[in-house]
Design a binder for this molecule. Structure first.
Ligand code: SF4
Ligand code: SF4
Length: 193
């Protein structure tokens, strides 16, 4: 005799699903695997696990799979999936939460260039108060060693005035204050009670 499905059997919970809930406020157990998120994701073609699969893995507690995936680092945070989800699962937030948990656990991003991009972008914002694209491109190239990648695109952007050669410093003092406040909050959170 087959056992009838109950709420308990069809709604798996896992410690990892709770970690995601704690970090993002999103309950992945609401997902019923319709696949609408994956169907609309513009980056799904490059991901190792499309968004619906990743959410399912989180429900099952497959933390190593989720945190070690390329998916979480390739997500462009466009929120198409979030908008399409009939269950109001904020998938974009889950992706962010997974990135935070991966960094907290010291897991190297499966897509190394993304980490370099984040570091270059943050360094630019901290110094200039906003993104200085030309400087960021240079910094990114130094970090990744991809010196000649997208050269043609870069020179076209320069010709069209889309890349400013010189930075402005408007807002730099404010940005530095924000960064040092964040550091202070992090230090306080790390301090033993
Ligand atoms: S759209 Fe929502 S319910 Fe459907 S698979 Fe994606 S997360 Fe699950
Ligand atoms: S937010 Fe991320 S996962 Fe969702 S559709 Fe955009 S790229 Fe895909």
């Amino acid at each position: 005799m087959t056992q009838a499905a109950t709420a308990e059997t069809i709604t798996p919970t896992s410690g990892f699903a709770y970690s995601i809930l704690g970090e993002s406020g999103v309950d992945v157990n609401l997902c019923y695997q319709c696949g609408k998120c994956a169907a609309g994701c513009p980056v799904a073609y490059a991901m190792d696990y499309p968004p619906a699969q990743l959410i399912h893995a989180a429900r099952l507690g497959l933390d190593e799979l989720v945190l070690g995936s390329r998916t979480i680092w390739l997500c462009a945070a466009c929120e198409t999936c979030t908008t399409r989800c009939p269950q109001d699962v904020d998938i974009a937030k889950v992706m962010d939460a997974a990135k935070i948990l991966a960094v907290d656990r010291g897991i190297n991003p499966a897509v190394g260039e993304v980490r370099s991009f984040h570091k270059a972008a943050l360094a630019s914002i901290r110094r200039f108060g906003r993104m200085w694209e030309a400087g960021m491109v240079l910094s990114l190239k130094l970090r990744t060693g991809n010196y000649f990648k997208d050269m043609e695109l870069g020179s076209r952007m320069l010709r069209k005035g889309k890349l400013k050669l010189l930075p402005t410093f408007a807002g730099s003092r404010r940005a530095r204050r924000i960064f040092s406040r964040v550091k202070k909050v992090e230090r306080e959170a790390d301090r033993p009670e």
